[in-house]
Design a protein around this ligand. Structure first.
Ligand SMILES: Nc1ncnc2c1ncn2[C@@H]1O[C@H](COP(=O)(O)OP(=O)(O)OP(=O)(O)O)[C@@H](O)[C@H]1O
Length: 599
């Protein structure tokens, strides 16, 4: 279904508030239009010497009263309308953020962060400006132009009014002519800002690599080029906007010229009084700003249209990983996992990441996955978590196809420590208790102790309240991993997944953590991925993945008997160097060389 422009949605939702704001603003404009009438009387009074000193005082009093009235109504109308535009800004950002949270991981692989930021910042800002200046100046222009023209024609001279208005339809023509170019250039500006923002974001994230690889110059070159594109796009937009504004002023100037020449003639012929001539030109001066603003507003609406359509495109992207129709209203998961004939191919990839996987993990059992880099280990757990959707009828938990389980239940039932440990810019405590459930301090401390990071945290200046991230403390790789483990442990989930979660800690710490984890996760189903045999050798079952297939499976002992990939890995990682090269399975020169080097 085609979605209504976002600004329309907001406008209709708040139509009564906008009406009230318009009424307040219109009242201030109506008061403003009394001024030329006072000036007319005053000028005619001076010309005919009928004015007295007391009239001057009353005129001054009128001006003060009018000024106060204009001030009160205008500022309250302005505050009212501007407040609505801030609400629009808030609602749009919330809508975007909420929508982004529903989108799958895949979406973020294809979208540049800079583009997403440009949507959240620039596009939303443009729509806010429409709600602010756009609405305010449109109301002002419509009210002022219509009443002013009525006053000019009704109270002074209809022919002179028609004459000075003659050039003004040219403004509509101009707006039409510039419409396409302004919209096109503003789209280019927004895209260019997206690119520059992405570059800055990438630069900040990768600053260490850039410096260590001495790529500063190259990065500056790329940035300068993209920044230049941004300036070029802006220049084109400014050129269009300026040309439009200058032509508009020319048209307004022509109206003035006509008013002065023909108005003076009418005064000389006695068809209008000098006071009326002054009042007429004052009215005309009231028309200049709104007519000019109308031009700017038309351009702003063009930019808004582009921003609105970009935002609607973002909001139209459908999350393909969501609760599907007919989900089983299960409340709890026990933890038996069955995988049947699972093959999986990423959308943008040619080959299969997983091929014909068949596997059962009993409730409470532990499974270890080893395999070369890129053999499909993380893919398997990502499918289990439905970060990507597995094909139907391939992965079952407690005999339910995971596609039929409520997504929230599935994910809250899995304590997951990912390969890349992301910590938020908040306190350590908040990073550990990162879950919909509320946790007491002692539960947080317990999880930290289980992950063997409690002592490290207590050594930090503010313990668990120490801030991490941009303006806080940086943790070592091993500390990050252990905080991530604590985050997963606190959930007490029936299924635990550790994806290469101990790679950054030394072997001794690893041993201690594993010992604690084994006793803490007893009775829960666990999956441990690792490149280190030492991490996984005590698992109930070990599978060896090779190019997406299960090449071997069994216990540590049974796999060592097989003289296969697992045993080869074991020997390579083992510190036993007494083995003769001839006894090594797949013994290669490289294996022998490594062993010699070690000894
Ligand atoms: N999002 C993705 N899109 C396309 N291909 C992907 C994606 N993620 C992984 N792959 C590919 O799928 C294959 C398996 O990757 P996966 O990350 O599961 O391997 P892994 O065994 O976990 O590797 P590692 O030990 O390095 O973590 C690889 O060939 C990888 O390039």
């Amino acid at each position: 279904m085609k979605r209504r422009p976002l600004f329309h949605e907001h406008f209709f939702q708040h139509k009564w508030s906008y009406l009230l704001g318009s009424v307040l603003l219109s009242m201030s404009l109506a008061l403003q239009l009394v001024i030329p009438l006072l000036l007319e009387d005053f000028t005619d009074g001076i010309q005919h010497l009928t004015i007295r000193v007391s009239d001057l005082w009353s005129l001054a009093a009128w001006f003060i009263i009018l000024g106060l009235g204009i001030f009160i109504f205008r500022s309250s109308g302005r505050i009212y309308i501007f407040r609505l535009s801030r609400m629009l800004e808030r609602d749009l950002r919330t809508k975007l953020f909420t929508h982004w949270e529903t989108l799958p991981a895949e979406y973020y692989q294809h979208e540049r962060i800079g583009n997403l930021m440009a949507h959240a910042v620039n596009d939303v800002n443009i729509l806010r400006q429409i709600g602010m200046q756009g609405v305010f100046q449109t109301i002002e222009a419509m009210v002022l132009i219509s009443i002013t023209i009525t006053m000019m024609a009704g109270t002074i001279n209809v022919y002179l009014t028609l004459l000075v208005l003659l050039p003004l339809p040219g403004l509509t023509y101009l707006a039409y002519r510039f419409r396409t170019s302004i919209r096109m250039y503003s789209l280019r500006v927004q895209e260019a800002i997206g690119t520059v923002t992405s570059r800055v974001q990438e630069f900040c994230t990768g600053i260490r690599i850039i410096k260590t690889y001495v790529q500063e110059h190259e990065e500056i070159k790329k940035f300068t080029k993209e920044n230049g594109e941004n300036v070029k796009a802006n220049k084109q937009l400014i050129r269009s906007n300026s040309l439009f504004a200058s032509y508009s002023q020319g048209i307004v100037g022509l109206s003035y010229l006509l008013s002065i020449v023909f108005g003076s003639l009418l005064v000389m012929k006695g068809r209008i009084s000098l006071g009326e001539f002054v009042a007429f030109n004052t009215y005309l001066s009231f028309l200049v700003a709104p007519i000019e603003n109308l031009g700017k507003v038309i351009n702003l609406f063009q930019q808004g249209k582009a921003a609105d359509s970009r935002l609607r495109n973002v909001l139209a992207s459908e999350p393909d990983i969501k609760d599907e129709e007919g989900i089983v209203p299960l409340k709890e998961i026990k933890g038996e996992i069955r995988i049947r004939n699972l093959s999986f191919q990423y959308k943008n990839s040619k080959g299969y990441a997983l091929r014909n996987i068949n596997l059962t993990i009993e409730k409470g059992a532990s499974l270890a996955i080893v395999g070369k880099i890129g053999s499909g280990k993380s893919t398997l757990v990502n499918l289990l978590l439905r970060v990507y959707n597995p094909p139907r009828n391939t992965i079952f938990i407690d005999n339910y196809d995971i596609r039929d389980l409520p997504l929230k239940l599935l994910r809250t039932s899995i304590g997951y420590v990912p390969q890349t440990n992301f910590l938020f810019s908040s306190t350590i405590k908040e990073n550990i208790a990162f879950d919909p459930n509320y946790y007491q301090d002692n539960q947080i401390y317990k999880a930290a102790k289980q992950a063997h990071v409690y002592r490290d945290i207590m050594d930090f200046p503010e313990g668990f309240n120490t801030a991490l991230g941009e303006r806080g403390l940086s943790l070592s790789g091993g500390q990050r991993q252990r905080v991530s483990i604590a985050r997963a442990m606190i959930k007490q989930s029936p299924i635990m997944i550790f994806d290469d979660s101990l790679s950054a800690v030394d072997v001794k710490t690893e041993e201690r953590i594993l010992k604690t984890l084994r006793s803490e996760i007893k009775g829960r189903t666990s999956i441990i991925i690792s490149h280190r045999i030492s991490t996984i050798q005590k698992a109930d079952k070990i599978i060896v993945l090779d190019e997406g297939k299960i090449a071997e499976q069994g216990t540590h002992e049974s796999l060592l008997e097989r003289n296969g990939i697992y045993k080869n890995m074991y020997i390579l990682q083992s510190n036993e160097f007494t083995l003769e090269p001839s006894t090594l399975p797949f013994s290669s020169e490289r294996t022998v060389r490594i062993n010699k080097r070690r000894s």
